[in-house]
Structure formats: structure tokens, C-alpha cells
Design a protein around this ligand. Sequence first.
Ligand code: ADP
Length: 376
Amino acid sequence: MSVTQQQVLNALARVRSPRGVALTDANVLSPIAANDGKVFFSINVDAAEARAWESIRAEAEAAVRAIPGVTVAMVALTAERKPGSAPPPAPHRHGPGVQPVSAHRPPQSPASPMSKQSEIPGIAAVIAVASGKGGVGKSTTALNLALGLRDLGLRVGLLDADIYGPSVPRLTGIHEKPQLNDERKMIPIRRFGLAIMSIGFLVEEETPMIWRGPMVMSAITQMLRDVAWGTLDVLVVDMPPGTGDAQLTLAQNVPLKGAIIISTPQDLSLIDARRGLAMFRKVNVPVLGIVENMSYFQCPQCGTRSDIFGHGGARHEAERLGVPFLGEIPLHMSIRATSDSGTPVVDSEPDGPHAAIYRAIGARVRDQLQGVIAAA
Ligand code: ADP
């Protein structure tokens, strides 16, 4: 059953705002996305008022979920610090002029950038897969790495936090929508033995997604914490590309046990990779290592290897920067074809050479996380 924007507005008109008027008259609502029973919008308020609005966010979400036909409702509370106004006392401020508000965090001391973090119950290690820029194969690597970790006997989840261009629906062939459990948490889709969640499951592929800074964090926080992940050894987070404020905020907010940087051999992307490294170091997230993707060209017919891109740059760079080099993945048609057809190579060609490469990278990652996983 399809739900219209008007139905959503009617429901929201019955929610009273702290400003004494109906929520729909408070001038705080973003445009409402209502597609196929899935409703998404944000409430944008000034940071100073944010606390008072948290219960309204929950009320608004409940009101929308109560509309017949709504399968998923996600309401983000975002708060913006007006230029020139004093920063709010808590929680910690991050990013220029931007104050994301999380629904699920206890008040924290603003002393350290990591003070906003709290573990996600049931998940031993959350790790980020990041890249300095788009198109380097970050998502392909994140998924196949998750599968490599699965093959090592770990319980693994994959969160597609690349909210600007979620590619996990395409890479996994998942087109179904997550259902809600009794606690109103989204149930991740299980495929290939992984628990998978992506914002792309909630919106239509053609829907352009334009996110204002604070919404990014709010949406990602909800995808982390309002999802019934169950018990996982590792949750692999496919980060948005780049190393801007959104990424920094995410790295500060999510209790990451480590980050992996994907780079192609080209110099430019290595410069970007260096930025990524600096970013994670700034927020004390250990860099588990660098992966060189599309490292060399492997001829699909004869298997001959050609180092057409001046391969080896990432290994050298990793050595220079003192971080582990996790492995190199060739540019190969079958990686591309399996990725683009929703049948990731580690799963569809488990005995092939590429699966072995991803598993080897997975093993290096697992070894570094061993202590954390064992402790959990
Ligand atoms: P990103 O997440 O960095 O934007 P993707 O994982 O979406 O990148 O990959 C971009 C494109 O490159 C996709 O078409 C994917 O199939 C292809 N690709 C990624 N890694 C490889 C590889 N090692 N060999 C061949 N094609 C690849």
C-alpha cells in the first residue's frame, strides 16, 4: 500500500512541538520522502533546543509508523548551530557549524572526541572501510572482505553507510525491504550468511539523496543503533567516500575498532589515502591497513599480469607511513562482473584466486582484531 506525503503530514499535524504549535507548523520539517511504505524525513532545529526535541522525534516516528501501510519510518533529528551563536554545552561539538544529534546516546563529557561513543550491544568490533575518493572499489572490497571474514568462521554484518550512493543493493542483489521487529528495530537482510543493512533498501534507487551535513550522522547513527544486528564478531561499515566533515564526524561517533583504507595505485588516490589515514589518526582509530585495489591488470583469457598502473604504490606508502599493508587485488573482469550482478566473487567463485585474496586480507584483519573478538 502506498503512503502519501499528505498522509504523513496529517499524522504529524497531531504531534505538538515544544514551540506550542503543531509539528507541521513549527517550520522544522525537511521535505518528506514517502516511497512504497517507507517514510524518511528530518526535523531540523537549533542546537540549543535539540534536547527538548528528542522526544518529539520519537513521537513523530511513532505517529508515522502508525499510518496503515507504513513499513519503515525513519525520522532524523538534526540540529544546526547558527553562525555566531555559542556552541551548545553538550554533547560534544564536531564539524564547523554543525551539531548532529543522536537519539541514543547518554550525555557525555565533551572532553574527548571519542567521548560520544558507546559500544553497540552484541557487536564485538565495528570496522570502517574508507577511501579518499569514490570509484576506487571501496564497496566491492567491503563486501568481499566481509565475506572473507565469514569464511574464516566469524559472524559478520555489513552496513552500507555510503548514503550518497549506496551500492550494496546492487552488489548484493538485495531489493527487499527490511521489516521491523517487536522492538521496532529494523531487521537486517540476511544474504550470503551476512546481516546486511543499507539506506538503499529504504529508498528507491532513482531517488536522489541530498543530505545536509547533520543528517548524515543522524541517519548513520540510526542505521547502526536502530537495527537488530544480533550477535556479531565484526560489523564492516562501508563509509561514504572522502575524508570530509561527514567522515570525521562518523569516525568520532561510531565506536570503531579499526579502519581499512582502500586505494588504487594512482598517486592521486594515494594522496587521498594519506588524508584518510590522517583523519582516523586524529580521532584515535587504529588503521588496520591499506588495501591496493585494481592493483594490476590480470588478463581474463591468459591470466598474464600487467602492472599498468605503476602497481606497488600502496605497499610502499603503507611502509612509509608505518601501517600494515593488507594486500593487493587485481583489476579483473570477474570481480567487476560478479560485483555488478549481485553475486560477489568470494561467494560465487569461492575456490577461485580472487576469493583467496579477499580471505587472506580478511585473515590479516581478523588477526589484528583477535583480542577484541576474543574478549567479547
Ligand atoms: P566505490 O565504492 O569506491 O565507489 P565500487 O566498489 O562501487 O567503488 O566499484 C566501482 C566499480 O569498479 C564497480 O563497477 C566495481 O564492479 C568495479 N571494481 C571494483 N573493484 C574492482 C576490481 N578489483 N576489478 C575490477 N573491477 C572492480
